[in-house]
Write a protein that binds this ligand. Structure first.
Ligand code: NAD
Length: 377
């Protein structure tokens, strides 16, 4: 029997033909995969993968994501390809969901082989989005923040917040976290989760009573709030010379976190992921179309310098770009491809004796396509 599904292996550097099923990573799998390394190590390695992919920026076909807005949220599709692998993510953003006991952001995605168009991996991306967002934030901060940055304000203590704290502790050397959320229960949850991690024993966590208090003495300010409006989490008086702002929560038209005057500060240097998308979705949607920005890829490829001096104010105007999900799916697929035990798969694509006989091989008679066992060496 001819098998038409190919599994692309990062380590072998090419398609490994001969397996029949689509790999699957669910919530329990991602727990196992991430905890095997530890979240900090996982994000450090993922940041390396994201950096490697950003460095080959010209190889990627890039497009702003396709967003479908409703009064309460957004559903988005995010494709990326380098001509060898193709990925897409489905992601939503519904700030009001938490009041109903639901997550603000959920996601899943697919990695596929461009040569055949066959899917290789279907994965949860809710946890993975939090991991890749924090990894990207920390990667950008390594380039943009002052190297001696040790204190970070973390404003918005919801689902993404622990991931940001862990990534900045590991990758940027943050040792004091000044936390604030309008919801004290969210802050209590963050403090509890961080205190339970022995590897964060040298991280001092300080609860504050306002965004302004959180920013006092901070080298880096991370805003990761959720509100579907032009919120004003940060105002110019909160911004000190030399600060780096990691703006994560403003990521949709009409959904921002910074007062526009921050963007007008004379020493402001703004870095975005993919300019055409960030003009629509980022903090810079508040500015004219010719407002100067630098793309993260330019910084990582050594084509532009974002921070010119210790007094520059830098902003990573993060909205989340499809390449980061591509990197995450590629990394996850490589990790599970190394595993023999605990792998799960799905019969997502029919396997047929005659590829032109889809009807006969599936719906007609008793010759229905059936799940096939994974071949293991
Ligand atoms: N840039 C990216 O790549 C990216 C990726 C994932 C999520 N996000 C965005 O990050 C944000 C946070 O996501 P989440 O999953 O943590 O959401 P969440 O709803 O779990 O947490 C958001 C927190 O912000 C708090 N908050 C709201 N308004 C506030 C204010 N004025 N001051 C202080 N705190 C406030 C809420 O009480 C809540 O605890 C969302 O807006 C989401 O769309 C961006």
């Amino acid at each position: 029997m001819m098998l038409h599904r190919a599994r692309y292996s990062l380590f072998s550097g090419g398609p490994d033909r001969g397996t029949t099923m689509v790999d699957y990573i669910g919530v329990s799998d991602i727990q196992r995969i991430v905890n095997a390394l530890g979240p900090a190590e996982f994000m450090a390695r993922l940041a390396g993968e994201i950096e490697a992919d950003y460095r080959r920026w010209p190889e990627f076909e890039k497009a702003p994501r396709l967003a479908s807005h409703s009064p309460v949220g957004v559903i988005e599709l995010m494709p990326a390809t380098d001509g060898k692998l193709y990925s897409f993510k489905y992601v939503n953003g519904h700030p009001k969901n938490t009041a109903a006991g639901l997550l603000t952001v959920t996601a899943f995605g697919v990695l596929a082989d461009v040569d055949t168009g066959y899917p290789l991996l279907l994965s949860e991306l809710t946890v993975t989005t939090a991991l890749r967002t924090a990894a990207t934030s920390a990667l950008a901060a390594q380039q943009l923040a002052r190297p001696d940055s040790r204190v970070m304000a973390l404003i918005g203590n919801g689902a993404q917040s622990e991931f940001q704290a862990i990534a900045f502790h590991r990758l940027c050397g943050i040792r004091e976290l000044r936390v604030y959320d309008v919801d004290p229960l969210a802050t209590a949850k963050l403090v509890r989760n961080l205190a339970a991690m022995p590897e964060l024993a040298d991280l001092r966590v300080v609860r504050t009573h306002s965004a302004s208090e959180a920013c006092k003495g901070a080298d880096i300010v991370t805003t990761v709030t959720a509100d579907k409006r032009n919120a004003v989490i940060l105002t110019p008086p909160m911004i000190a010379p030399g600060m780096h702002i990691n703006g994560v929560g403003g990521d949709c038209p009409g959904k921002t976190e910074l007062h526009a005057d921050i963007l007008r500060l004379p020493d402001m240097r703004v870095v975005v992921e993919f300019e055409p998308q960030s003009r629509i979705e980022g903090e810079i949607q508040q500015m004219p179309a010719d407002y100067p920005v630098i793309e993260l890829a330019q910084v990582l490829r050594g084509e532009a310098v974002a921070r010119r001096s210790a007094s520059d104010i830098t902003l990573f105007d993060s909205v989340g770009f499809a390449l980061e999900d591509y990197s995450a799916l590629r990394f996850l697929h490589a990790l599970i491809s190394q595993q023999r035990l605990g792998r799960r798969d799905l019969d997502l694509v029919p396997v047929l004796d005659d590829p032109k006989d889809l009807f006969g091989g599936t719906l007609a008679g008793c010759k229905a396509a059936r799940p096939r066992k994974r071949k293991t060496a």
